[in-house]
Design a protein around this ligand. Sequence first.
Ligand SMILES: Cc1ncc(COP(=O)(O)O)c(C=O)c1O
Length: 373
Amino acid sequence: MKLSELQTPAILLHTATLHRNLQVYQQACNAHGKQLWPMVKTHKSTALAQLQQQAGAAGFLCGTLDECEALCAAGMKTLMYAYPAAGPVACERVVRLAQQCDFYVRIDTLEGARQLNEAAAAAGVRVQYTIILDCGLHRFGLPAEKILPFAHQLQQFDALEFAGISTHCGHVYAEPDADKVPLYAQQELAAVHRAVDELRGAGFAVRLVTSGATPTFQYTVADEYINVYHPGNYVFNDCIQLANRTAQPQDCALTVYATVISAPAPGLLICDAGAKCLGLDQGAHGNSAVQGHGRVAGHPELLVTSLSEEVGKLRVEGKTDVKVGDRIQIIPNHACSSANLTEYYILVDEQDKVGGAVRVDIRGNATCKGLEL
Ligand SMILES: Cc1ncc(COP(=O)(O)O)c(C=O)c1O
């Protein structure tokens, strides 16, 4: 099937670009003797995780316990849950995962640790954890100077096993000046170095030093402290990565394929892809350098200025040869959000031949299992 025969809107995955992205990040890790445990929430697909594994990924970081369970069931046995687990339902799921694979959870509060310890002790299991280091995102975790005292406090929990520290430099996404990205990487490394030096100085065996965000990856991959990297968005790239100059348009593997369906006024086109394909966000943490709601590949004169649920407005700046009935490909602002809005990725090769469809199979809420009517 040719691309032109597809119904629109469709989320396209350009396989040559995808494979190149997987290789580039994997080879950088290999060159520095590092492990790549990519963040799965970007693509939420077992098939793509398998491709990452074939490329050399040694483990995975998951954004939900559903992702952890799905990958574990698919045979991927080194897994980390990116966020703290709290409450009996989540703690019991973590304990079950710890019984089934080499599993790590992250901790940043004593109360969370107490709850997890209780669930683990009840099941007679030891749960491995890393402490979340806050390197500037101010979401989870403790600043570097508070990591050692917290590690000491966690030693009271017999059913929990300290494995190391984890951080994520997500605040880089709010930076509108691409020249400043290396400064965020420096901040990330300074926090990691201080925390690890203090832990090791106090006799802690810090096995895992894990970090990662696509924009800072290239500036941190050679670091001698971090041994596991967790970029996620690198598989797709998007307008956010173009804005912070982490990627070029030819590195963007995911596009939203749309048809121009109306031209209601001079300088205005309407396409059949809206917020339900492109998403409304300007990246994980908002970024004033990102204009509109996506970039039309090969058409710098078109800007996606606003979105309704199923349709999008394109402003024409100057002249364009795009007319009603034409197909366009839009690079979304945030590919992770677009991926979460589709049932399937349509695989497309360099000759625009459709190679099949891959299910985005880990989007749902596992709680529905057994409840379906
Ligand atoms: C904790 C954590 N680590 C890693 C990542 C991957 O970051 P990125 O998609 O920027 O590569 C994320 C993404 O939000 C995250 O929340």
